[in-house]
Design a protein around this ligand. Structure first.
Ligand code: B3K
Ligand code: ZN
Length: 875
């Protein structure tokens, strides 16, 4: 037997700083107030920080004040106004002993923003200065207890050259400003709301503002501004409209009102994430602000609306109530994703939004949950917290809270969130605090439900249905798969919205909520003289994988009749999944292949002909499941086969339904541009029609795509046409790509699309194109958007990434090694595609693993990449 005390540490933990949730201790010192003084310059910004520190009565009771730093040198240290020499560095941290209960600690440091390629802390972007502090970037600016449970009131002074930095912004309210000597000026800001250091922000640069005003329900007039580079202010209208709509929605739906007299947003071209919710001064990646019809697709418009809302909603779920420690990240992120999903559903088509959200979950989170990086929505251990800004914490986190809304109903859930905000306003809270508030406010028992916070892995629910007499017996069995560090799992609480359809009438007798709590549970339904068709997990009421016994006939029935739009979509997806998985696994005879195709073709023809459907929804129903999602269903999968079978089906559908696709393309092409649901639906279908025609009749598809491209008065049509052309080996391809590049030269966000379309294309030589594009004059390794545009699009392109000789894997590994010293945070995001090696057939698995091992042997990896690579090799 193993003697556990002698068990060697797992390799991932050797020499690595591991942080554990169970080791949380309250801080010894609090910092109720901080004053920061910045003498701004692009390559040497002097920072003087004055911390009023107070012993924490609830702390462990030592006298040591540990101030985190990263790459900082203290120029001078003073305590209570007197120079102080009795301090030392412990690694990157500055440590000093303080005798009393309250002191003022003043420290001077200097940072070089232009050398900060990590884009964490204070950095330069195109001549402006800006910050990104979540999660641990503040320690790259000033020595500070850089943990979210230390909340301070900030006073910020900054001074600098007026010509270089005409606009000087920070959190809260401007309180003073003036002119200095030699063409300098200064400004002072004060944020009355205590906040953790990760919400600190500063921006200095040559920016112009688009302005508007919002009056809150209690009459507070809030000045709104979106700061961008000169010339971009014509593309901020949609973001501003989205902001105003979110402020109103949060009042109406969650009773949350804004709490300062101004709300500023700044758009920055170099940004690691999508955006950041700094108090009163959100900083955004330009891609989630700038839009006009010529340069932004309908998808971009939706993303902007969603992200603007998400960051705004953080003002309550994140800022007013923040996280006690980073293990609680889903407290703010899961909840805020749910809130932005609900907002977007209210603004547009709720069913389509639900389908999109589930598609993202399945494409991004399910693979995480079944791979080496699986973790619960509230992780237990990390080395680098940046690696835990994941689809699990965000999107599964949102699904978990959404289940609470299903269990409680809207009104009771709102009572729970009201209680949460009331109880914890101004605090750094935990996921447990949230669950308890929902329990108390909504009157729910979430005892067993808490396992969703503890256990990783996507639960599987096996369904069987029996019919005897007039009674239906539904047996549900759940299993939660083993994940790294969690070999044994307990049953979850799984709410399943369910309906039983009468085959002859096409109707059901009312939906029921079945709550599965045991490993196996039986539900009976009297009054059914004939076997019904089961519709289960309607609306995707639980983030689980259903293994259903549905026959092809059942799925065709549901695809045509289900009155739950998500379930209808799901039936269509399932119909295709069953067929393609069988095809890839070599289980189809020529007869069953034809029968399967005919069933899918028939269902799709019915959808195309269904006049009761709106085009936005029709556009969802005709999308084939993605290769990644299909691959997830197959052990030791050959991604090449998945690709080929999916393309073959697409080609067959393109050929069989060719007149319908042509008619659809003609009909939709006649709809003029507007942002109405009808016009957006037409644009979505227009490109879908081309997608099916392309493999069936490339010349015809190219002719139509060229016409769509040439006649486009908006980016949705233009990008859709170019996407189809980029996948074809025909002369129209080169001409359109060249035109696109010339037409949008200098527009960084549109040139990103030009890179992405080629890297993500179906073209047989996509990998060669990516290699050539890496040497293009417009490619730059230091801009995260550009790197993602080229390489993330490639890594998400299975036909190219999984090339059998491993060239795609090598390309991504080379990128990781090249990018890591420049920006470890972004580099680490490219590890998961290689980390899925265990799911893939042995030859490719060995090649993927070899690339991970090559990365692991590199001498000086960032903590970000090292953690991801080590976990991927072990997990
Ligand atoms: N809270 C930020 C995340 C920043 C990412 C740091 N690595 C954006 C958001 O989720 O709203
Ligand atoms: Zn967020």
């Amino acid at each position: 037997m193993n003697d556990l005390s002698n068990t060697p540490p797992a390799p991932a933990e050797v020499g690595a700083q591991v942080v554990r949730r169970k080791d949380y201790r309250p801080p010894e010192w609090l910092v109720p107030e901080i004053a920061l003084d910045f003498a701004l310059s692009l390559n040497a910004t002097k920072v003087v920080s004055e911390l009023k520190v107070a012993r924490n009565p609830a702390g462990p009771g030592g006298s040591t004040l540990r101030l985190n730093g990263e790459g900082l040198t203290a120029g001078s240290v003073a305590v209570d106004g007197q120079p102080h020499n009795d301090w030392h560095m412990d690694g990157d941290d500055l440590v000093l002993d303080l005798p009393g209960d309250a002191h003022t600690v003043t420290i001077e440091t200097t940072v070089d923003p232009s050398a900060n390629t990590q884009l964490s802390g204070l950095y330069a972007s195109g001549g402006m200065l800006c910050t990104q502090c979540e999660a641990e970037g503040f320690r790259r600016i000033a020595f500070f207890p850089d943990r979210p449970d230390v909340l301070s009131v900030y006073r910020v002074r900054m001074s600098g050259e007026k010509a270089a930095f005409p606009v000087l912004l920070s959190n809260g309210n401007p309180i003073a400003s003036g002119e200095g000597a030699d063409g300098t000026h200064w400004a002072e800001w004060h944020d009355p709301w205590p906040k953790p250091s990760y919400l600190f922000a500063l921006v200095a640069g040559d920016l112009v503002a688009s302005r508007d005003v919002f009056t809150t329900r209690s009459g507070r007039k809030v000045d709104l501004a979106i700061y961008v580079r000169a010339g971009d202010e014509t593309r901020t209208d949609h973001a501003m409209r989205s902001l105003i709509a979110s402020m109103k929605w949060d009042e109406d739906v969650y009773g949350r009102e804004y709490d300062l007299d101004l709300f500023n947003i700044v758009a920055v071209a170099d940004f690691n994430a999508g955006a950041m919710e700094n108090k009163g001064l959100n900083i955004f990646n330009t891609r989630y602000i700038l839009a006009d019809p010529e340069t932004a697709t309908d998808g971009d418009y939706d993303a902007i609306e969603g992200v603007v809302a998400h960051e705004y909603f953080h003002n309550w779920s994140g800022n007013r109530v923040t996280c006690r420690d980073w293990f609680q990240l889903s407290l703010k992120e899961g909840f805020t994703v749910l809130r932005d999903q609900q907002f977007s559903a209210d603004r547009g088509s709720a069913p389509v939004k639900r389908i999109e959200d589930v598609r993202v979950l399945r494409a991004a989170q399910f693979p995480e949950d079944s791979g080496p990086l699986a973790h619960p929505i509230r992780p237990d251990v990390y080395q680098e917290i940046s690696n835990f800004y994941t689809a699990t914490v965000y999107n599964k986190g949102a699904e978990v809270i959404r289940m609470m809304t299903v269990l409680a109903g809207t009104e009771r859930f709102r009572k729970g969130t009201d209680l949460y905000f009331e109880r914890h306003d101004g605090e750094a809270a935990t996921c447990e605090d949230f669950v308890r508030a929902i329990e108390d406010g909504a009157g729910l028992d979430l005892g067993q439900f808490r396992r969703w916070y503890e256990q990783a892995g996507t639960p599987k629910v096996d369904v069987s249905l029996a019919h005897a007499g007039d009674t239906i017996t539904l047996t549900l069995r759940q299993t939660v798969p083993a994940t790294p560090g969690q070999p044994d799992k307990q049953p979850m609480v799984i709410p399943l919205r369910t309906a039983l359809f009468d085959r002859t009438t096409g109707r059901h007798g009312g939906e029921q909520l079945l709550v599965l709590t045991e490993a196996e549970q039986v539900f009976t339904f009297p009054g059914h003289t004939a076997p019904p068709v089961l519709s289960i997990n309607r609306g995707f009421s639980a983030p689980v994988a259903i293994q259903s016994p549905a026959t092809t006939e059942d799925l065709v029935f549901l695809a045509a009749h289900d009155d739950d739009p998500f379930a209808r979509y799901e039936a269509m997806q399932q119909l295709v999944v069953q067929h393609l998985v069988a095809a890839v696994e070599g289980r189809l005879t020529s007869e069953s292949r034809s029968a399967g195709r005919e069933a899918i073709g028939g269902a799709m023809a019915a959808i195309l002909a269904d006049t009761a459907l709106d085009d936005l929804m029709r556009g969802e129903l005709v999308i084939l499941p993605g290769e990644g999602y299909l691959a997830e269903q197959i052990a030791n999968v050959d991604p090449g086969k998945v690709h080929d079978e999916r393309e073959a089906l697409k080609s067959w559908l393109g050929t069989t339904l060719k007149p319908q696709w042509q008619a659809l393309h003609d009909r939709c092409a006649a709809v003029p541009y507007s942002l109405s649901a009808e016009a957006r639906g037409a644009r979505k279908l227009k490109t879908q029609a081309l997608v099916y025609l392309a493999p069936a009749d490339p010349a015809e598809a190219a002719r139509r795509a060229k016409a769509q491209y040439d006649g486009a008065d908006n980016m949705t049509d233009r990008q859709g046409a170019l996407m189809v052309l980029a996948g074809l080996d025909l002369p129209e391809r080169e001409a359109a790509l060249a035109d696109f590049h010339a037409r949008f030269a200098g527009n960084m966000l549109v040139i990103d699309k030009w890179f992405s379309l080629q890297a993500g294309s179906l073209h047989p030589r996509a990998i060669e194109h990516v290699k050539a594009l890496a040497g293009h004059a417009d490619f730059t390794i230091t801009n995260p958007n550009r790197v993602r545009a080229l390489y993330m699009a490639f890594a998400a392109n299975p036909g190219a990434f999984h090339k059998a000789d491993g060239e795609g894997y090598r390309l991504i590994a080379d990128l990781i090694l090249r990018l890591d010293p420049i920006n470890g945070n972004v580099a680490a995001r490219f590890v998961p595609p290689l980390g899925r090696w265990r799911k893939v057939e042995p030859k490719r698995a060995a090649l993927m693993r070899a690339e991970l091992e090559r990365i692991a042997t590199a001498p000086a990896l960032s903590r970000d990449v090292r953690e991801q690579v080590t976990r991927s090799l072990e997990g």
